[in-house]
Each structure stands twice: as C-alpha cells, then as structure tokens.
Design a binder for this molecule. Sequence first.
Ligand code: ADP
Ligand code: SF4
Length: 684
Amino acid sequence: MNNNRYDPLFSPIQIGPVTAPNRFYQVPHCNGMGHLRPQSLAAMRAVKAEGGWGVVCTEMMEIHPTSDVTPYIEGRLWDDSDIAKLQLMTDAVHGFGSLAGIELAHSGSSTGNLYSRETPLAPSHTACYDNLPFSARAMDKKDIAQFRDWHRQAALRSKQAGFDIVYVYLGHDLTLLQHFLSPRHNRRTDNYGGSLKNRVRLLQEVLQDTKEAVGDRCAVACRFAVDELLANGGLRCNDEAKEVVQMLAEIPDLWDVNLSDWSNDSQTSRFSEEGYQEPFTQFVKQQTGKPVVGVGRYTSPDRMLSLVKTGMLDMIGAARPSIADPFLPNKIREGRFDDIRECIGCNICVSGDQNSSPIRCTQNPTMGEEWRSGWHPEKIPTRQSNDNILVVGAGPAGMELAMSLGKRGYQVSLAEASNCLGGRINQESALPGLSAWKRVADYREQWLRRAPNVALYFDSHLTAQDILSFAIPHVYLATGASWRRDGISRATPFSVPGIDCANLFTPDDIFAGNMPRGRVTLFDEDNFYMGGVIAEKLIEAGCEVNFVTNNALVSPWTVYTMEQHRIQARLIELGVAIYTQNNLASVTADQSVISCIYTGKTTALANNALMLVTEKLPNEALYLTLEAERLKGSEQWLESGIRTLENVGDCKAPGTIANAVYSGHLQARLQDQKPAKGLRFKRE
Ligand code: ADP
Ligand code: SF4
C-alpha cells in the first residue's frame, strides 16, 4: 500500500550529476568491518539499499598511509589494490537502485599511523590524540600539495570503484581539513592560517580539486560539523561555521551537516532527544541552494516528513536508525509503521567500532551477520517441522526468540511469570534517562500480540513439573538473571568481610520498589551504565550517594558508547561523592571501608545502606532441575517427550540487552537445524 502522505519523502532529488531515488540517506558510519572484512561490509550496505535507503555511504575512508587509523578498522583506499574490495559494495548498492557514497578522510593528528609508521601530519606541530607519545608534524607547502594530490587520487579511485557521491570530510574533530579550519589546531602564520579566509583555503582547494577530478560523473559532498559544542575555541554554528557555509555555499553538490566531536554527534538517548542537532544545523539550508542532509536519530516518520516539507532538510540522514532498521524507508512507504524497529540510542553499535570488532545492534540482531551468517533483517527461513515450542520468560531474549520462531511459522507458547512482556526492559527503561529502551519490548510486543501462531500466557510462573506435564517437545528457558548479593565481583573475588551485617541492596531491590534511605555507598563493579544510573535514581529519591569504583573512571565501559564523560559530569553535578581506584575492603551495618587499589590506604565511609552493582547470576534453577531429570532419564522426562532443552539470554550467561536479543534470535534460527559441521559462520 502506498501512503501518499509520505510521498515527499519518496521523491527523487538531484545531487550534482546524480539523482537519488528518495530522501533517505544513510550517512557514513563506522562498523568495525572496514578494509578487513569487505564482504561483510558489502552485504551489510546492500541490505540498507534493499530496505530503501536512497543513498548508502561507506564509513570514513583512509586516503593514504599518513592517515592510518589503526587499531580502528575503517575503510582504506591507499592505492589501486583497494578498489576491487570497494566495488563489492558499490555493485551491491547499485543492485537495489541506490546511490553509493564514499567518505574520503585524512585523519591528521588524530591518529598515530601505528601500522604504516608514517609521520602524522597537522596544520601546526602538535601532539597526536589518544595520549600517543609522539607528535604530528606541521605541514609545509610541499606537504599540502601532496595531501591535495592524495585526495585527488583517492577521488579518482572512488570513481573507478563506482561511487556516485565522493565526500570531502571535515568533521568529528578527526580530520586534517577540520584541523586546518580550527584555530585550536591551526596556529600557522602563512596563507593557510590566521584569518578564516586563510583557514578555509585548503578546504576550498580540496573541494575544487575533487570536483575537477570526478565532478563530471560523481557528486561532491561536503560533510561539515557546524558546531563543536565547546565553550572556548570551538567552531560555533552562529559564528565562523556559518561564515564557512556562506563562503563555500554553492561549491559542493551536497552539504551533510552535523556536530563535532563524534560523541556530540552520536549522543545516546540518555542524554539527548530525537532531532537534538536541529538548533545547530537549521541555518545551513538558508545559506545554500544545494541539497542539505542532516542527522538526528530520526525514527519518527512524521518528524522526517515535516523536516522535508518545511525545507529544513532535503534528505533525512541516518546512521543509527538505519542500523536498527535497514528497512525503515520501505516500511514508511508501505505504511507498515508498527513494524519499524526504532533505534533506542544505546550506542552498542558504536562500541563495536571502538573495540575494533564488527558492528552489533541491540534492536537488530542481524546487523553484522548479513554475510557471515547469511541473516537478513526481514526474512527468516520457514519452519522445518510442525512441532510446538515453549518459551519461558518474556524478557528481550524470550521475546526475540518467540517472535522469530513465530515468524518462521512455528506454534509458540510464551509463558511469563509477571503480568507484562519485557522482563529487564521494563525495569531498566524506568530508570533515569533510559525510557527509549522500552522500544526493545514495544517492537516485539506489537508483533507477538498480532501473531495468530503465538500464544501469550501471563502470570504464569512455570515450575519444572508444569513444563514436564505440558509435553511440548522444544523448551527454551529465558528466565533472566539476578544481581549478586554476596559481595563477589571481579575486584572482590572472595567477597567482602562483614557483608552479612550490611543493610544490603542491589538493583533488583530498586526494580521491586524497595529503596534505601539516607546515605548509600554504591559499589560498582559492573562498570557499564547500571552503577551510574542507579546513583542518579538514588539521588532522585533523596539519598546521598558515595560512589565507589575500582576503576579510574565512573562507568568505564561507557567510554565505548561515548557517554562516559557525560555520566561522570552528571554524577558530579548531582553531588555524588566519587571514590575512584578504591576497592570495597569491609563493611558493617553503618559504614563501608574502602581501600586504595595502589597503596591499600583505607577510608571509612559512614552510610545507612550498601548498594552492590557487581555481577549478575543466571536464574537457572528451572533449567538445572529439568536438566537433572534429563540426565536421570526419569519416567516423567521420558513421558514429556522433550527433545530440546536450552537456556537463552541472561539465563545462559548474563550480559547486555544486545546479547540477550542476539541469543534469542540465534536460537530461533537454529531450531530444527542440523548442528553445523564446522564453524557456524563464514570468515573472510
Ligand atoms: P533476558 O534478558 O535473558 O531476556 P530478563 O531478565 O529480561 O532476561 O527476562 C526474564 C523474564 O523471565 C522475566 O520477565 C521473568 O519474569 C520471567 N521468568 C523468570 N522465571 C520464570 C518462570 N519460571 N516462568 C515464567 N517466566 C519466568
Ligand atoms: Fe540504535 Fe542501539 Fe542499535 Fe545503535 S545499537 S543502532 S544506538 S539500537
């Protein structure tokens, strides 16, 4: 069904010499596959094109060995030998009628060239990023001429690889061209430094070089971060950034505008709403007649429509919404709004890139599995038997499993102890800043409630006896996990002396509405978001909080979701007393003694309660009871006819929500499959 209301989102648009079929633009995004896993990459990008994204771009593309971003895995276009790999992607994207874009990038001093061992380059002498113990060299005129030539060569190779849109990229505080523009980085006194006109010179030259080199057949896009959100010395949208757009307005064929650095551009939903970039980027459309693309973690079709209709943007840019749902455009076109798998803004996708591993997504378990596992986000093989299946527990793992089995056509019973679907999602999405996470349950619930072949049973706390009596041949236990209360953690492997005397709480108590009072010492050894979020919740409830962590940073794993600095700032602003690099040494009813991990020096913290955010243990009692029956070969077991007994998600091994969803999805795909002879997935 065509929904005419949204037609403006599906009208073609001319970008220089090429025409995009619609207004959906997958902006460049990293993925941890890059030059090392080109087949995985091509298959992932192809799925986006198949799902209706009119333009599908690469991640940042190193144009030369002086821009080697090792250990991160990005695209690489150093010489002709890289062309064939990239052609895999352009062919795949063109196969679905979409345009392919390539984001040419030189990383300047933001990288140390750890693989190539080339000397890093910068507008002025400067130390490299990431605390690297070496410096980038100030480029002289010869270096500048060489850089222009490398960029030109990379543009020509891009054209040869079949790309339709070639980027000139200055964004995210990661690129040489942005460094030239920025007085924070550019301290030159020649005609490439000083005045804005001089600092913009190299960008203007490279834009013109690129147009001359490939402009006959390729559109040239300029990706520009219009605000750095810095108090001092940063580019601001109402100041120099505006002048830059005015100066170069009609040179590129397209403006792709965003914020810098990357953590500002890809903020999590905990810290920003859909469309949070708009106040910064909205000026661009008034300065240029060329098409403008902007991002904003857009998942609402009406919001997208309004942006295009009001002329704020010409094309809806998306990285994360296209990861969570590669078929977002097609679903809007077909009016299938309930089927949209909305991004929850958790940045698990970013953590892949940050850890140099392939991209994963909380909402879309097929992301990154397109080539190696042959998974498609919208298609799943039909059932291979008429067997009934029981799924116990309706958290993210159980819901995904029941839904995917249901999509395969199996008759599924999903039994849940509580009166609602969602499990940990309901609990966690009620914590400060995490309401968007509810979408993980909402997307699956709307499907499950419509499915004629899935029966939902609420208030059904199943026992082993119940399950044995059902005589359903395939039983999956997705009964989740519980926070440890015994004081054992990575940092305290033998627990904590006095733990039995403490007035003890865990996040499970908070979920059950059992709040501590007064001053609470929170010991975080989980190290992801939970400790920080619980601290916020306690402050909201009127507690005072001592936050103790063994690490140097609060919530250290959130560095990979690019929100650590915001979390620490928030806790400081909320008045949380933070004790880093301290372990929990001993506790009594009214105090916690902590010890410095380096010196052992102890500090006694008076408190009314101790909150442990340490580790989770699987709720596996049900599984173990049934497994014991199986091992015994008891009469009841044999009579039950159970052939499959598996635990999935947190009940198997507690982890992220993304892991739980993946676990459920994998199990659904494995149903009635013969065990793989070798590896379950292909390798490049
Ligand atoms: P996961 O992240 O692995 O999906 P969750 O903890 O989110 O795990 O969800 C587990 C769900 O299982 C919870 O909603 C819980 O109420 C339910 N559950 C646990 N034990 C039983 C049981 N014996 N019978 C039915 N439901 C159960
Ligand atoms: Fe969105 Fe999270 Fe998926 Fe990234 S991992 S696309 S932020 S849902």
